[in-house]
Write a protein that binds this ligand. Structure first.
Ligand code: DGL
Length: 222
């Protein structure tokens, strides 16, 4: 049975989604969190839409079997390719990172923007749809960046002249981007606000003890 103390499920292909945890912990300190990283099948960024839907539904099923009250797709590739399929298959709130980063961008309208994301995210056309009609937006598919992060590499060789970089893949929030003068946006603040409002509206915001966090990975994590 779903109750206030049921956990929020968070899913990614690996360590990228962990970058959302500090914001979640800070803004929702009483929530129990359940993190699932599908590192056995990483990377997702070069997979087809049908494969991503299959993976996304399987991961959501795992979380639902653990009685989560909501799912955060802490992965741009899943958010852009299968958020709707998961929401349709299961009756629970599903949150992705794309719309929140768009809301974060709204504060910087008029500036030149580069959206960095995996090839599967860029190919899905999701960012192009939400930014439709906006000038000066460049969509940059980064085929190897998430894999470098998974190997603990933080340096980026990418030349970037845009004033704003949208980090459209959660792995990129672990990159060392201090040398890039651009404003970096990942939408985590907006995402967590959205989750909080939804839990509040449905009477499922946990007000109990400090929340706990459980971690599951499908592959070796050494
Ligand atoms: N963290 C992911 C994303 O946000 C996926 C990276 C990958 O598995 O290629 O898109």
């Amino acid at each position: 049975m779903i109750t206030r103390s049921s956990p929020i499920g968070i899913v990614d292909s690996g360590v990228g989604g962990l970058s959302i945890l500090p914001e979640l912990r800070q803004k929702l300190p009483n929530e129990n969190l359940l993190y699932l990283g599908d590192n056995a099948r990483f990377p997702y960024g070069n997979k087809s839409k049908s494969t991503l839907i299959k993976y996304g539904v399987e991961l959501a099923q795992f979380l639902i079997d653990k009685e989560v009250k909501a799912i955060i797709l802490a992965c741009g590739t899943l958010s852009s390719n299968c958020a709707q399929a998961i929401a349709k298959e299961f009756r629970l709130p599903v949150f992705g990172i794309i719309e929140p980063s768009y809301r974060a961008w709204n504060k910087h309208k008029g500036k030149t923007v580069a959206v960095w994301a995996t090839p599967a995210t860029i190919d899905s056309g999701t960012y192009q749809r939400i930014f439709r009609g906006q000038p000066n937006i460049k969509y940059q598919a980064c085929p190897t960046l998430a894999s470098r992060v998974e190997l603990d590499v933080q340096q980026v060789q990418l030349e970037e002249k845009a004033e704003v970089i949208v980090l459209g893949c959660t792995h990129y929030s672990w990159l060392d981007l201090k040398d890039k003068k651009a404003i970096k946006i990942n939408g985590y603040y907006e995402l967590v606000q959205e989750v909080k409002a939804s839990l509040w509206d449905s009477g499922l915001l946990n007000k109990g003890l400090p929340g706990k966090c459980a971690f599951y990975f499908t592959g070796d994590i050494t």
